[in-house]
Design a protein around this ligand. Structure first.
Ligand SMILES: C[S@@+](CC[C@H](N)C(=O)[O-])C[C@H]1O[C@@H](n2cnc3c(N)ncnc32)[C@H](O)[C@@H]1O
Length: 304
């Protein structure tokens, strides 16, 4: 088995929650529970939610291995967009002292080829975090029109060469359906890689694989990530007590924009205060040690 997910902005995020002894916190993207474990170490208790059943099983084991007793945590399978329903399944009736969202996928998901998240490993074009969802990435790639693919890659991936990529995919699937991650990555690379190379004379932007944006767009669409984030944020605000904080770590500009605008709207409505005028980002040491953290941005809101 691969090692555990390396938590991003671990200290900064848990510091931002100002953990109080014996109080309950929401970890809405529990993953490998790095943030949860740190909250528990500092005296808090955690309701950990994840939409992926494999992830939850692994956390359960990790907590047991660490000797964390069940009075310190509750784990719930589900999407944070349904947060209120999920929490009502527990006997906890009080409000929470804080909440953390650490968006995106965990290393376990990214590094499991059969999940289809990685453009670097051969696997089915799946990309569902929640295996009970009906639509996989391959369904989108093989059924959307060129215009729909173009819109998807432009809006959800901010891919500059969306039209060309969409055209290449429509052509390729005429021969046979595109069902494999490497096959998709190869087609995108042939279209995008060449164009970027021409512009930047050999430098593909800052180490990003040419298929990064297309994979991002498909993952967002398959998991309806942006709508889930909007709903999850709004539900979390209602469940947090006065002075409680909500910390959100995001990994691309679409998510960050939603977090920034939501917090701003809340502040204008007088429900609380944005504590991060500028987002908190990993320091040089973290960025060097964990390159995947480099795109992370954290914003924190305090409810009044
Ligand atoms: C980046 S990982 C979290 C890592 C964790 N903070 C740690 O330190 O180990 C994100 C996790 O959130 C889960 N996730 C993403 N979107 C979700 C959603 N809408 N509802 C519930 N879980 C979600 C993923 O399945 C994944 O396990």
């Amino acid at each position: 088995m691969e090692g555990y997910h390396r938590s991003v902005l671990l200290k900064e995020a848990v510091d931002a929650l100002v953990v109080r002894d014996g109080r309950w916190y929401l970890d809405l993207t529990v993953g490998d529970a790095g943030h949860s474990i740190e909250i528990i170490k500092r005296g808090g208790k955690v309701v950990g939610i994840d939409v992926d059943p494999q992830v939850l099983k692994r956390v359960q084991r990790r907590f047991k291995d660490l000797g964390i007793t069940e009075d310190k945590y509750k784990l719930i399978l589900g999407n944070f967009r349904d947060l209120k329903n999920l929490v009502s399944q527990t006997e906890l009736r009080q409000k929470f002292a804080g909440a953390i969202f650490d968006l995106g996928v965990s290393s376990l998901q990214l590094e499991s080829p059969e999940r289809g998240f990685s453009f670097g490993k051969s696997g089915p074009l799946d990309m569902r975090m929640d295996p009970s969802l009906n639509v996989e990435a391959s369904d989108l790639v093989n059924s959307l029109t060129r215009k729909e693919l173009y819109e998807l890659f432009s809006k959800m991936g901010e891919e500059k060469y969306s039209w060309a990529v969409a055209g290449a995919l429509v052509l390729a699937r005429e021969v046979s359906p595109i069902t494999n991650t490497l096959e998709l990555a190869g087609i995108v690379e042939r279209v995008v890689g060449g164009r970027r190379r021409k512009i930047s004379a050999g430098k593909i932007s800052a180490g990003k694989h040419p298929a990064t944006r297309v994979f991002q767009a498909l993952r967002i669409a398959v998991n309806d990530e942006l709508n889930a984030l909007k709903e999850g944020l709004s539900n979390s605000l209602d469940l947090i007590e006065k002075d409680g904080r909500i910390a959100v770590i995001s990994f691309h500009s679409l998510e960050d924009r939603i977090v920034k605008n939501t917090f701003k709207t809340w502040e204008i409505a007088g429900v609380g205060q944005v504590l991060t005028k500028k987002p908190i980002v990993p320091n040089d040491a973290e960025a060097a040690e964990n390159p995947k953290s480099r795109s992370a941005k954290m914003r924190v809101f305090k409810k009044l």
